[in-house]
Design a protein around this ligand. Structure first.
Ligand SMILES: NC(=O)c1ccc[n+]([C@@H]2O[C@H](COP(=O)([O-])OP(=O)(O)OC[C@H]3O[C@@H](n4cnc5c(N)ncnc54)[C@H](O)[C@@H]3O)[C@@H](O)[C@H]2O)c1
Length: 355
């Protein structure tokens, strides 16, 4: 196993232009690529060295094994690089394949969505879904290289950009008032409104690029302290216990970021009750930040799904405890009653927002 890929500090981040991206894609023996990226950027893919991933539904064991089969057929060895080009789905499954083939070959990412640039490509978590459970199989495997080019974001739809800001909002909530205020100012600015109405390309927005870099820098700082989630890194899961349950409940039809946006608010409501605190300075703006929030169906199954989350302990779901809770622990138990009370509160609040 390559020890190098177990140290976040060994990942090199570069900012190539599109010509250089094209050369990187040509040089890789195998490129795992998102179907929309392949369709939208035909000029950067040259030869028959790619394997296409068709979204979250293919982030599973059968696609993983088809990648491994192709790696075997091509005879890749540990010094060869598996390049993954796309959103978080593609980098998660490509990274996982790289981590287990020959117990670890080289891995590189070209993240092409807001979520992938600001979050998924960073931090070394790789994953696939299995038996309908989100990210239940995976590894910690830090890529050798991450190549970032903000131009990819220009072909995302407005709703994908809006949804994609979720993990950045989560990082801002976790990191405290300076980043949160900066993000708040940006999201209520004309610049962000111009991006989401299609009047300004994301790559041309200095404010957006800065916020994106702040987002992954915050994550890198936490991961550098605790790469394998034994302590403080657990806080990065805020919003994801409920978010993953919502995603699974929807049979992966609800976009990940949108599910996590609802999960973030619901988990903040849960934490408010547990710690007898007031987090409305977060929750109130979040209802305004996220334009595409969905109401949550009060289905018993939702809690059952959340119980299957890998963070569950003693048949209780666990919610991340950010430092602003002043808890000595990084997670806290949540029972079924509080879980559903918080969902009801979220639905009620969403209804009044939408009136
Ligand atoms: N490993 C981690 O730390 C981590 C963190 C956050 C999320 N994730 C995972 O990432 C996934 C969500 O990531 P995502 O939101 O990027 O989803 P995604 O990969 O499904 O991409 C979202 C959509 O954008 C399209 N797309 C990608 N790049 C495009 C481009 N440049 N132009 C136009 N369309 C483009 C895709 O085809 C897809 O329809 C989930 O599976 C989640 O579990 C992982």
């Amino acid at each position: 196993m390559s020890k190098k890929n177990h140290n976040p500090q060994n990942t090199v981040i570069e900012f190539p232009n599109m010509n250089e991206i094209s050369i990187i894609c040509e040089a890789a023996p195998l490129v795992i690529v998102d179907h929309n990226v392949f369709r939208l950027y035909p000029e950067i893919f040259h030869k028959n060295n790619h394997l296409i991933i068709h979204g979250e539904k293919e982030k599973d064991s059968s696609r993983l094994f088809s990648i491994l089969k192709r790696l075997s057929e091509l005879g890749l060895n540990r010094n060869d690089v598996l390049l993954s080009v796309g959103g978080g789905v593609t980098t998660d499954i490509g990274g996982f394949a790289a981590s287990i083939f020959h117990r670890g070959i080289k891995s590189a990412y070209i993240p092409t969505t807001v979520t992938a640039i600001t979050d998924a490509s960073q931090g070394g978590k790789t994953a696939i879904n299995n038996s309908g459970i989100k990210n239940v199989c995976g590894s910690y495997y830090f890529p050798d290289s991450i190549y970032i080019n903000f131009n990819f974001l220009d072909t995302l739809s407005s709703s994908e950009i809006e949804d994609g800001i979720t993990e950045t909002v989560k990082h801002a909530v976790l990191s405290g008032s300076v980043f949160f205020t900066k993000l708040e100012n940006f999201i209520f600015s004309k610049e962000w409104s111009d991006i989401t109405t299609g009047n300004l390309l994301p790559s041309e927005s200095a404010g957006f690029n800065e916020i994106a870099v702040d987002s992954y820098t915050y994550k890198q700082e936490i991961v550098a302290i605790d790469p394998f989630e034994n302590g403080i890194r657990k806080i990065l899961n805020l919003g994801h216990t409920v978010g993953h349950a919502l995603e699974t409940q929807s049979e992966m039809k609800l976009p990940h970021s949108r599910a996590v946006a609802s999960g973030l608010i619901i988990e903040l409501f849960i934490l408010e009750k547990i710690f007898s605190a007031d987090y409305s300075h977060f929750t109130e703006p979040l209802f305004k930040f996220f334009k595409n929030l969905n109401s949550v169906s009060l289905d018993n199954l939702l809690y059952e799904i959340a119980l299957k989350d890998k963070k569950a302990v003693n048949k209780k779901i666990m919610i991340s405890c950010p430092s602003f809770t002043d808890s000595a622990n990084y997670t806290v138990e949540c029972d079924k009653e509080l879980f559903f009370d918080s969902v009801v509160r979220y639905n009620k609040k969403l209804k009044t927002k939408n009136i």
